[in-house]
Design a protein around this ligand. Structure first.
Ligand SMILES: [Zn+2]
Ligand SMILES: [Zn+2]
Length: 256
């Protein structure tokens, strides 16, 4: 059994066939999914999906791209209110993305810090998206030393993974690890201990090989897990068992 620790089931790509997508995941032994919020305006849509399917959990948060739209302290009350929902098991995705820079850095940092504040206050883990922003990500985390969370869709160096591990974070790998040019990233998979690894699709984006370029879906989590098994020279069962345990250890409001 595997868990897709990060997908976006409310996105329009799934509007026509969501039930089929979820059945397909179950048929491939992906038993649980965490559908991740990117805009507060979509929080209720996501909670509705989580309420409709017993094995789907959700989060509440604002993507760094959208942080310019949620950049005042009213965000804190909104995050807390949504976190009261029984299926909301994490804050995020939040963080810093200086690759696309769709919001300016100050807005991103401010928004990220609000998520870290509520995450620490309510002891709910945080899903962190970080790209080309290693230094600022770490300094925000260092201002919140009790943070529990994950670097999702990890695409950084082994050194940056180490920085996350040293701060108690988990590292989640996506289909990117199957891409031909991801040689350095595969070194990071080898480097991170199995008991700190999660697997995800980030669907509908980033479909792994052999489906690269098509719509991604939670069923494809198995291609990510198979690559982790290959890189670590262990069985798929071992990857499945440990990453599932890791998921429920981190997102401990979620009950299997
Ligand atoms: Zn992300
Ligand atoms: Zn995402």
């Amino acid at each position: 059994m595997l868990v897709d620790s990060h997908c976006h089931l409310n996105f329009p790509e799934f509007a026509q066939d969501l039930t089929q997508v979820i059945e397909n995941a179950h048929a491939h032994n992906i038993k649980y999914m965490l559908t991740v919020n990117t805009r507060i305006a979509e929080s209720l849509d996501i909670q509705k999906i989580a309420d409709s399917y017993p094995n789907i959990f959700c989060s509440v948060g604002v993507h760094p791209h959208d942080s310019k739209d949620y950049n005042d302290t009213t965000l804190i009350e909104q995050l807390k209110a949504h976190a009261a929902h029984p299926k909301v098991v994490a804050f995020g995705e939040t963080g810093l993305d200086y690759y696309y820079n769709k919001s300016d850095a100050d807005a991103q940092i401010n928004c990220f810090k609000m998520h870290l504040d509520v995450s620490n206050e309510l002891n709910l883990p945080v899903i962190i998206h970080t790209r080309n922003a290693d230094e600022d990500t770490l300094s925000c985390l260092d201002a919140h030393p009790n943070t529990r969370g994950v670097f999702h869709c990890f695409s950084g160096s082994s050194e940056f993974a180490k920085q996350g591990l040293d701060r108690g974070l988990y590292i989640s790998f996506s289909g990117i690890i199957t891409f031909k040019n991801a040689t350095e990233l595969r070194e990071a998979v080898k480097f991170v201990p199995l008991d700190r690894i999660l697997v995800e699709t980030d669907s509908p984006f980033l479909a792994p090989i052999p489906h690269r370029g098509k719509r991604n879906e939670p069923a494809f989590t198995r291609f990510v897990a198979e690559m982790v098994a290959e890189l670590k020279s262990i069985t798929l069962e071992e990857v499945a068992e440990t990453t599932t345990k890791n998921f429920f250890d981190l997102f401990n409001k979620a009950t299997p």
